[in-house]
Design a protein around this ligand. Structure first.
Ligand code: ZN
Length: 242
């Protein structure tokens, strides 16, 4: 393939711009802030799940507490009524009085057991409420960091996009200086060679693969007509003499 020397030089300029655009796009797709935001989303989801579980347990505990308070209340009233009946003097049979006393004692024992259970529920509730407060605090910290990192991410994106726009304008300026055939060949090589389709030959070294060209090959390359498009014998990239 043949292409004017000016076109080959322009292709080297285009490579510089294309590589810069590639680097910017890579940076844009791999921002550390995006990585941190993903971590924060994961940890926030874990906090929310734990909170939902604790909330559920707290609701159950509250209901149990209310049920116990209600039962203790009822049994207390029942015991008081029995005691009042015994004290009123209308029950005269000693046997019946003993039976009432036994029932009241039984009721008081039940109440004591329920009160122990009630204390247990209240302690559980306190623990759950403390855990929920801690989780809410952690969620708030995560939310604060998320807002901060989002700002930093957006600033980084804006900076990169500004650079990208400038580089794309440079590419638009240099692109018309490269002929269609040479541009196509460059694009094909670039696609399969890590983004580098053209490299300068500096001294005896291809700047695309950094391999020295043999003296025989080097002489051949130098003796080719200037508009002959040279290729590196090692990496097959377009090579431009500088
Ligand atoms: Zn090479």
């Amino acid at each position: 393939m043949r292409a004017p020397v000016a076109e080959q030089q322009a292709l080297l300029e285009r490579q510089v711009v294309d590589s810069a655009i590639d680097r910017l796009r890579h940076r844009r797709a791999n921002l550390p802030e995006d990585g941190r935001l993903a971590e924060l989303r994961t940890s926030r989801a874990a906090i929310d799940q734990l909170s939902a579980e604790r909330d559920g347990t707290l609701l159950t505990t509250r209901r149990e507490q209310e049920r116990l308070e209600h039962d203790i209340d009822n049994l207390g009233r029942k015991a008081a009524a029995e005691e009042a009946r015994a004290a009123a003097g209308r029950v005269t049979s000693p046997k019946e009085l003993t039976a009432i006393q036994a029932e009241v004692q039984g009721l008081r024992r039940r109440i004591a057991t329920l009160e122990d259970e009630l204390i247990e529920r209240m302690e559980t509730r306190e623990t759950l409420e403390a855990e929920l407060a801690d989780l809410a605090g952690r969620a708030q910290v995560a939310e604060g960091e998320r807002a901060e990192v989002t700002l930093a991410r957006d600033a980084a994106l804006a900076e990169i996009d500004k650079d990208l726009a400038a580089r794309r304008a440079e590419r638009a300026a240099v692109a018309p200086r490269v002929g269609e055939a040479l541009g196509r060949l460059y694009d094909q090589i670039r696609a399969r060679s890590g983004g580098v389709g053209v490299a300068a030959l500096e001294g005896d070294t291809c700047q695309g693969c950094r391999v020295s060209i043999s003296p025989v090959e080097l002489r051949k390359l130098r003796e080719l007509p200037p508009d002959e498009v040279r290729r590196c014998e090692n990496c097959r990239r377009i090579m431009v003499l500088v």
